[in-house]
Design a protein around this ligand. Structure first.
Ligand code: FA5
Ligand code: MG
Length: 451
């Protein structure tokens, strides 16, 4: 796979990232200057920024129950394939590991695709702590994925990893932690800004079995503690939003929130679930989670079957977009003061769009080349070219047509690119220029034939 077209001349021998040098590898390296420019932006640590406000709100909410979570907010985004995948038992042929989905620096280093990459070291850290009551952690960080382009997808986003563990010898502690949590959920109802959480739970273990080393009771207590913790942070965040609204606004907004638990699977948790929230007429996935597999705890240095616990991974951008009513994920990255001046530290307020600049659509139709010239082309490769050329000036890229001629066996694809800035007007001339650059790169890198 040729990647050097993203660089001014050819792929450099080394990349300087956050003060460290990494050897490149033409078979693996697919990070681009445009992606690397996001390393160290740290939106989750910027005062007034919605991601920072949300992170603090969740940290405070979870620690208000029993002050158990240690926070980690400045892990480097560069991790090894071992940390991101192997240690979590993610199989070698898992699609998430491929170069079409993950940004590799070289064969051994990549930009983390999730905050779970730091679970093991944090579990190990907990083990070293003498303070037995401090048995949980929250990790917030930027994560990177090669992905599609639209209003809810950006190649960099923020996740918060959370985890809690208990000694199996002290189930009484787990029981009392659970009842503290349940009381806290009821407390929010007692406040005057009532938000009703309607929960559709999935407690069936069919197709989502518990681990053998846990008893039924342990499974039940631990999974309830996990689910109630996530429900608490969602409920608290929306209660906080209502607190800042005027009565007139509240009447227009629903104070009922429907959420549902769905079983799923992750290689390092069992059972596993996702939580979705009903928002603007559709179910939106906010978080993946589950009970930590014994194997992970063993790798972190725990005695064979001494410990049980849970872990979750939340998408902070999505929750921030719901809470602050931010219609396009790119706004989170804007430098425009008209965005930033609307937010106060710690307050959840609705974003008022300052202006809607018109978009400009361009279609790009092309034939895939003959087999002899064919360079494998994944849809994410097209996204990457558009991102590298147009950056935040692209709103979305969609496949609108695909067909195969029956006689000559040629494939034609047509993508529609919507160029649109969040902050200013862009001229037709500017858009034409961008479109030309995108087409040039697509032709030179993948030998496609424009129609
Ligand atoms: C994970 O990343 C797992 N690491 C979560 C986990 C942690 C499971 C611990 C078990 C134990 P997933 O790929 O589903 O799972 O991402 C988690 C959340 O990140 C999603 O629910 C979603 O809210 C958010 N997310 C995922 N992709 C994007 C994206 N492209 N843009 C914005 N948010 C995203
Ligand atoms: Mg998911």
């Amino acid at each position: 796979r040729r990647v050097f077209a993203y660089y001014s001349t050819s792929l450099p021998n080394t990349l300087d990232i956050a003060g460290k040098k990494y050897d490149t590898d033409s078979n693996y390296t697919n990070v681009t200057p445009s992606i690397l420019s996001h390393v160290n932006e740290n939106l989750h640590l910027r005062k007034h920024h919605p991601i920072n406000t949300l992170r603090e709100l969740i940290e405070n909410t979870l620690n208000s129950v029993d002050n158990t979570f240690k926070t980690y907010n400045s892990f480097s985004p560069i991790v090894t394939t071992y940390q991101n995948f192997d240690v979590l038992d993610i199989p070698v042929d898992h699609p998430g590991r491929s170069k079409s989905d993950t940004y590799y620096i070289n064969k051994d280093y990549l930009l983390r695709t999730h905050t779970s990459a730091h679970e093991l070291e944090c579990f190990h850290d907990l083990l070293l702590q003498e303070n037995i009551t401090n048995r949980g952690f929250l990790i917030s960080a930027d994560v990177y994925r090669r992905d599609e382009i639209d209003r809810t997808h950006y190649p960099v986003f923020y996740q918060m990893e959370g985890a809690r563990i208990w000694d199996r010898s002290s189930l009484a502690l787990l029981k009392s932690d659970l009842s503290k949590l349940e009381n806290k959920l009821l407390d929010i109802d007692k406040g005057k800004n009532i938000i009703r959480l309607i929960v559709q739970d999935d407690v069936s273990l069919e197709g989502n079995p518990k681990q053998n080393y846990m008893t039924m009771e342990e499974y039940d207590l631990c999974s309830r503690h996990l689910k109630r913790s996530i429900e608490l942070l969602i409920k608290q965040a929306f209660a906080q939003k209502i607190k800042n609204m005027t009565t007139a606004d509240i009447n227009q907004t629903t104070t009922e929130l429907n959420v549902r638990w769905i079983k799923t699977s992750f290689p390092w948790t069992a059972p596993s679930w996702e939580i979705e929230v009903w928002w603007n007429g559709e179910w939106l996935e906010l978080c993946g989670c589950g009970l930590i597999k014994q194997d992970v705890l063993l790798k972190a240095g725990y005695r064979s079957d001494s410990t049980i616990g849970w872990a979750f991974g939340l998408g902070l951008d999505r929750i921030a977009m719901l809470l602050f009513e931010i219609p396009d994920i790119r706004l989170l990255w804007t430098k425009d003061e008209r965005f930033h001046q609307q937010f106060r530290d710690g307050a959840i307020t609705s974003f008022k769009p300052y202006s809607k600049y018109p978009g400009s659509m361009r279609d790009m139709a092309f034939w895939l080349p003959d087999e002899s010239l064919y360079v494998e082309l994944h849809e994410n490769d097209i996204m990457e070219i558009v991102r590298s050329v147009a950056g935040n000036l692209v709103e979305s890229v969609k496949l609108i047509d695909k067909y195969r001629t029956p006689d000559t066996n040629r494939t034609s694809l047509c993508y529609r690119i919507n160029y649109q800035s969040m902050d200013r007007n862009i001229t037709n001339q500017e858009v034409n220029k961008l479109q030309e650059l995108v087409q040039d790169q697509l032709m030179s890198k993948y030998n496609v034939i424009l129609r």
